[in-house]
Design a protein around this ligand. Structure first.
Ligand SMILES: [Zn+2]
Length: 209
């Protein structure tokens, strides 16, 4: 009854196809069903030992992540954490420590939450995994999404550093989107300099071309 009333006054629409959906959902069943991860194909990235993404950074996953990051829909974190959970279940990496790629201060202030950390906090309610929020970003950096591919590496070089020693020598590095891989690779380099031996990168969307 309550649900019916809410959807009558506040109709909710699929982020991709505009079909009317339940107020608690973000994508309709068809759009959600077209995301068929986790992809088993690994991709290569410097300083990272193995890397996997859940699905390609394309519609409808792209719209879902963009709504999460840029349109103030923090609730999408639970859906993304379910995808990450499925990946961990499938790949079963040896590490039980997960390190988020950090959000810049500017992005944090703008969105009011740390995008990767929020996903990991949801995940840690489902499985026994320790979050090691050890990485941080120095100074100002331009959001990678606003730069041309060739400028992205320079933008993040020497931007990341460790707040303290990492808690484990074997970690999962997590980022929601990996496109060029410049950010994830720099984070991995810093972790390795800090004594980490083995890094598995998991991303919701991407797969370096
Ligand atoms: Zn749809």
């Amino acid at each position: 009854m309550m649900k019916k009333l809410i959807s009558h006054f506040f109709p909710n629409h699929c982020l991709v196809c505009e079909k009317e959906i339940d107020p608690a959902q973000y994508l309709c069943a068809d759009c959600l069903g077209s995301i068929k991860g986790p992809i088993m194909t690994p991709f290569e990235l410097k300083f990272v030992d193995s890397a996997f993404s859940y699905w390609k950074y394309e519609s409808p996953l792209k719209e879902l992540i963009r709504a999460y990051k840029f349109e103030d829909r923090p609730g999408i974190a639970s859906l993304l954490s379910e995808m990450l959970f499925e990946m961990i279940n499938t790949f079963s990496p040896a590490a039980d420590v997960i390190v988020p790629v950090p959000t810049s201060i500017q992005a944090f202030v703008k969105r009011g939450f740390d995008t990767n950390l929020r996903i990991l906090r949801r995940l840690s309610k489902t499985i026994d995994i320790r979050i090691d929020n050890v990485l941080t970003i120095a100074g100002k950096s331009i959001p990678q999404s606003r730069l041309k591919m060739e400028d992205r590496f320079q933008n993040v070089k020497d931007k990341f550093y460790l707040k303290r020693s990492p808690r484990s020598t074997s970690v999962i590095l997590f980022d929601d989107v990996v496109t060029t891989g410049a950010t994830a690779s720099q984070c991995a380099r810093v972790l390795k300099e800090g004594g980490v031996k083995e890094i598995t990168l998991l991303a919701i969307a991407g797969g370096k071309k």
